[in-house]
Design a binder for this molecule. Structure first.
Ligand SMILES: CC(=O)SCCNC(=O)CCNC(=O)[C@H](O)C(C)(C)COP(=O)(O)OP(=O)(O)OC[C@H]1O[C@@H](n2cnc3c(N)ncnc32)[C@H](O)[C@@H]1OP(=O)(O)O
Ligand SMILES: CC(=O)C(=O)O
Length: 536
């Protein structure tokens, strides 16, 4: 274990439950290795507590604790084992689940306890007094064994509505038995911020206990509810990375800590950690195998992406005019999107972002804006196809098409045979460096065959093409109510092994649209590789 951990100040707790409640989300299935990786990422981010799972109930979690205790040098976080209070009618020393919590060897234990009278009677099938005894016995036993104990009061807010005195008596019992923090859980996620504020204020005033908040997101208010609890005096927040969790999820760790640091001016992370937030959020998304949400506050790729022309024109003067915080503070970046909603300022800022000098030429910028608006009317979309936009911009600056080859013709043939086999073949005829080139290739579909034929035709002249690979292909039918009369839009993403770029093509058939997107993809790739364009 590391000899010099840098534990955060104990006066406020950031408690992460991605590995326990986050793993309860449909579609997440973490291996022990995944859990260890995420634990390291969360520790690096600087949360104070990492709830690793329920040892004794879930074998994978038992194994996680065994390995985490030995293998992970936690610098900031303390490991937390989650489990329930002893069973009704069973002595705490005899309870196998409680024994498993100790065997996990985590320094902190978070116990889930019932605080809603109806749940005690229907789910536990015991008396209200026995439930209090279960809380008291389990907390004092585990504290006596040298563990720090937190208590999660399940269904606290619903329980408080039904029987406030009983709900508060669970909090008092836990605190008096030695729980450091009693966490009020909105287990069904039905609360709204004003209600959370009122309940947390009353519980703190009546019990004097240290209170935490655990919010589920069923009303879309989990982050707001967590902050409302903090406003009311809670000093411990339970969250999950990217808001993963049971049903629709939990309070999202990232906007909660960003709000605490940036809006409340409260230091809850180690110095510099907030600037790593976007990277950590995306890295955890990779491990759980879910695409990072593009629209997540603070860390989504769209969190600081500006599309409307009027926004861009103000941002050109001062980015603060349309941003609530500086994206760099959370490790994100501002992006300009160019679309039919763009104005001059959007194009100028995008040009700057792409390193294309527009020289303050109003006429040139106006021409680009007009070309974008007309093209988008025909079905193009540049916000998803930066590379096609850059080609358009550079062509307008140079006032001539940017070409590495000229197309004479192309064709794709699909032959189906009665035995169910098929052959797909494409031929392209091009001019490059004054030479007429004809190439034919087969493929597993017409677009693949065209891509290969284009590559065969050009590879001899431009060796850089050998490293290009088509990595994504999307088709959208626009105004698709009349079948064959509809317009087709194709977006292609190409990679050179280091970076990716996206191009767009539009046509009245899918092959024609794909051809355009492919031509842009190869043109942009050669441009980026530093190859001089020719007049082919
Ligand atoms: C709100 C939350 O998200 S809390 C976290 C929930 N997480 C999980 O449930 C994941 C891990 N769970 C499990 O592996 C299993 O459910 C176990 C091992 C905990 C229990 O499994 P089983 O004993 O097979 O029972 P089951 O899953 O049906 O759960 C009901 C049992 O838990 C008991 N129980 C429920 N809540 C509590 C509690 N707070 N304290 C003590 N016991 C409880 C019930 O009384 C019932 O016990 P009984 O079967 O003796 O009557
Ligand atoms: C403990 C917990 O996860 C809940 O009450 O939602």
């Amino acid at each position: 274990m590391n000899a010099t951990p840098e534990r955060p100040d104990d006066s406020f707790h950031v408690f992460d439950t991605t590995l326990r409640d986050g793993a309860q989300r449909e579609g997440i299935n973490l291996s022990v290795a995944d859990k260890l990786t995420i634990a390291r990422q969360l520790d690096e981010f600087g949360v104070g507590f990492i709830e690793g799972g329920w040892p004794g109930a879930v074998p994978r979690d038992t194994e996680f604790f065994r390995r985490a205790v030995d293998e992970v040098d936690f610098r900031h976080a303390q490991l937390v084992a989650f489990g329930s209070t002893r069973k009704a009618g069973v002595a705490v020393e005899e309870d196998a689940q409680v024994a498993a919590l100790l065997e996990a060897k985590a320094p902190v234990i978070c116990l889930v306890a019932k605080s809603h009278d109806r749940h005690v009677e229907l789910a536990l099938r015991t008396t209200l007094d026995e439930n209090l005894a279960m809380v008291r016995d389990t907390v004092s036993y585990l504290s006596g064994q040298g563990r720090r104990v937190f208590v999660d009061c399940e269904h606290f807010f619903d329980g408080f509505k039904a029987n406030p005195d009983y709900a508060k008596s669970v909090v008092r019992t836990a605190a008096e038995a030695g729980a450091d923090v009693v966490v009020l859980c909105d287990t069904n996620g039905g609360m709204l911020p004003a209600g959370v504020h009122a309940v947390v204020s009353e519980v703190i005033a009546d019990t004097g206990a240290r209170i935490g908040m655990h919010a589920q997101d069923d009303t879309g208010c989990a982050v707001a509810n967590t902050l409302a609890a903090v406003d009311a005096g809670a000093t411990h927040v339970q969250c999950t990375a990217n808001g993963y969790g049971e049903r629709v999820g939990n309070a999202n760790l990232f906007p909660v800590v960003a709000a605490l640091e940036l809006k409340y001016d409260r230091r809850v992370l180690p110095p510099g950690a907030l600037r790593e937030m976007t990277r950590i959020s995306h890295a955890i998304a990779e491990v759980v195998n879910l695409a990072p949400s593009t629209h997540q506050p603070y860390v989504g790729v769209s969190a600081f992406a500006h599309k409307a022309g009027l926004h861009a024109s103000a941002i050109k003067v001062d980015p603060d005019l349309y941003q609530h915080t500086d994206p760099e503070r959370v490790g994100n970046t501002m992006r300009m999107l160019v679309s039919d909603m763009a104005g001059r300022a959007s194009v100028e800022l995008k040009g700057k972002e792409l390193g294309v000098d527009l020289g303050g030429d109003r006429e040139l910028v106006g021409r680009v804006v007009e070309r974008i608006k007309q093209a988008e009317l025909r079905g193009y979309t540049y916000e998803a196809a930066d590379a096609s936009f850059e080609l358009l911009l550079r062509e307008e600056v140079a006032r001539r098409p940017l070409r590495y080859f000229r197309t004479e013709s192309w064709r794709a043939i699909t032959e189906y045979r009665p035995d169910g086999t098929h052959a797909i073949e494409a031929t392209v005829k091009l001019w490059a460096k004054g030479e007429r080139i004809i190439a034919t290739a087969e493929g597993n579909g017409p677009v693949n065959a065209l891509d290969r034929a284009l590559r065969v035709a050009l590879e001899r002249i431009h060796r850089e093409l050998a490293g290009f690979e088509l990595v994504d292909y999307k088709v959208r039918i626009l105004e698709g109510t009349h079948g064959s009369q509809s317009t087709t839009r194709v977006l292609v993403t190409t990679s050179d092994g280091r970076t990716e770029w996206s191009t767009v093509g539009v046509g009245d058939n899918i092959i024609a649209a794909s051809w355009q997107a492919l031509v842009d993809a190869y043109t942009f790739g050669l441009l980026r590789a530093g190859v001089a364009a020719d007049e082919a």
